[in-house]
Design a protein. Structure first.
Length: 485
């Protein structure tokens, strides 16, 4: 990856390039709006109309939430492709932020399912474009062998979680006191603040921020535009024909993301524009992709199964006051903020002695499985009998697993990326998250209070076994990585 000498030597932001501060800020405000909205979304979908909701069945609501989350990460393909082939990462990030703000405004002012359709569609597309390109731009601030890279991504990840903490607290409070649409409006304001901040600091991102590494020839642009229009038309036809419904939306998304992932790997691996070393590194990413998918299939149940569990099974009364349901989504970000700097310092301190990336992935996936197994002692309880602090402890295990895998995955995708597919490799990482997020919506239909032991035991056990398998084959994966740790 080509990176300007001026940027790589810059240590103006806590020992890291100043551009990291700008990307930290815009991602923080985008996550404020994203998680603030998502914290109240599932309740908006299944609450009764008397409570201000849309009165959907819980299984349908979790399907929509899972599919929406999956589509956010699926749309990273669009954002990264436009960056790599049309206008560059920095411009895509800017226009994506504008689209996200429009989506939140739509949820705030448009009624019912119209607001849900328009708002979630715009946010999904915009968030995909912003996420892939913000991550790619962070990677461009460091050379391939810069030991600050994992630490920088962890700092960036802390910015994500500051927004993820404050967003649910404020939108949840606004929803309880004023109503759902005020919560959605607050998310729109947060994104507007982030857009302004980002605009003021765009100059700090370096000379490569708008490089288009693989420009699309002008004569092919009409064909691409026509294919995109045909794809949108096909989706509309399937929706109108009843093939795609709200109830099966997460299942459909899983299939679409799986096909897209296989196709993307095939395109990159078959390209004549990558070297043999780059091709081996892409092969090394395949088991990491699978581990990431499994991890996020469990982790993203924070927005499907866990909120329902929190509302129906957890004693939320603390010192005579009942904790708002939406505030559950602030617990994980609190732990991220407390622990992200610890992990960043640990990786930096260990330097070349830190665990290899495959081992980090194995630890993350296995720990995530153990977190689900921690639900088992409370399984079969009656009503809101699970102690609040027990769920807090489980979400602490979620956080430790997340810090082992998620920011490291962002870093890995930039390190293993072929030069001509720089941003699109980041999109592949997000496709693993898309697949896991959509699967989190599909798995939720199998959860109920009556089968908690079977549910938590099965999904947790599978993740633990996969973590052990990744650890066992890690020497082979490292060989394929060709010197990248």
């Amino acid at each position: 990856m080509s990176t300007s000498t001026e940027v790589t030597r810059d240590k103006g932001f806590f020992g890291h390039p100043r551009g990291l501060a700008n990307l930290f800020g815009v991602e923080m405000w985008e996550r404020f709006s994203f998680y603030g909205m998502q914290a109240i979304l599932i309740f908006y979908l299944y609450y009764s109309t008397m409570q201000g909701g849309l009165a959907l069945e819980k299984a349908t609501a979790t399907s929509i939430v899972g599919a929406y989350g999956g589509l956010v990460y699926l749309s990273t393909i669009v954002g990264s492709w436009i960056a790599d082939r049309v206008i560059g990462s920095e411009r895509v990030l800017f226009y994506s932020a504008v689209l996200i703000m429009f989506g939140h405004i739509s949820l705030a002012v448009l009624p019912g399912f119209v607001g849900v359709g328009v708002g979630l569609g715009a946010i999904a597309l915009g968030s995909g474009g912003l996420k892939a390109n913000a991550t790619s731009l962070v990677g461009s601030l460091y050379s391939e062998h810069d030991d600050r890279r994992d630490g920088g991504f962890t700092i960036f990840y802390m910015g994500i979680n500051i927004g993820a903490l404050v967003g649910p607290l404020l939108t949840g409070l606004a929803q309880e006191e004023l109503g759902f649409h005020y919560g959605f409006g607050l998310a729109a304001i947060g994104m507007a603040v982030g857009l302004i901040q980002y605009t003021l600091g765009r100059k700090n991102l370096g000379e490569n921020a708008n490089v288009v590494p693989n420009p699309l020839p002008d004569e092919k642009r009409p064909m691409v535009g026509g294919a995109a229009a045909a794809g949108v038309a096909a989706i509309l036809v399937l929706v109108l024909a009843g093939v795609i419904t709200a109830a099966n939306l997460s299942d459909v998304t899983v299939v679409v993301v799986l096909i897209a992932s296989i196709g993307y790997f095939a395109v990159i691996l078959s390209s004549k524009g990558i070297s043999s070393v780059e091709r081996k590194r892409v092969f090394a990413f395949i088991p990491m992709f699978i581990a990431s998918f499994a991890f996020f299939s469990l982790f993203q149940q924070q927005f499907t199964v866990v909120p329902i569990y929190f509302a129906e099974r957890v004693d939320r009364v603390m010192f005579g006051w009942e904790v708002p349901e939406a505030w559950m989504n602030a617990i994980n970000p609190i732990f991220i903020i407390l622990l992200a700097a610890v992990f960043a310092a640990m990786w930096t301190k260990l330097g070349s002695r830190q665990p290899s990336t495959p081992i980090k992935f194995a630890l993350g996936t296995g720990t995530m499985g153990l977190a689900f197994l921690l639900f088992l002692p409370m399984a079969g309880g009656v009503g809101n009998s699970t102690p609040f602090l027990a769920l807090v402890g489980i979400l602490l295990a979620f956080t430790v697993a997340e810090l082992m895998l998620s920011p490291v995955g962002l870093s890995l995708s930039t390190k293993l990326a072929p030069q001509r597919f720089r941003t699109q490799m980041v999109a592949l990482n997000f496709l693993s998250i898309a697949l896991g997020t959509a699967m989190a919506g599909s798995l939720a239909q199998y959860y109920s209070v009556d089968n908690e032991a079977a549910y938590f035991g099965t999904v947790g056990g599978v993740a633990v076994l996969l973590g052990l398998l990744i650890a066992a084959v890690s020497p082979f994966i490292r060989k394929l990585m060709s010197g990248v740790r």
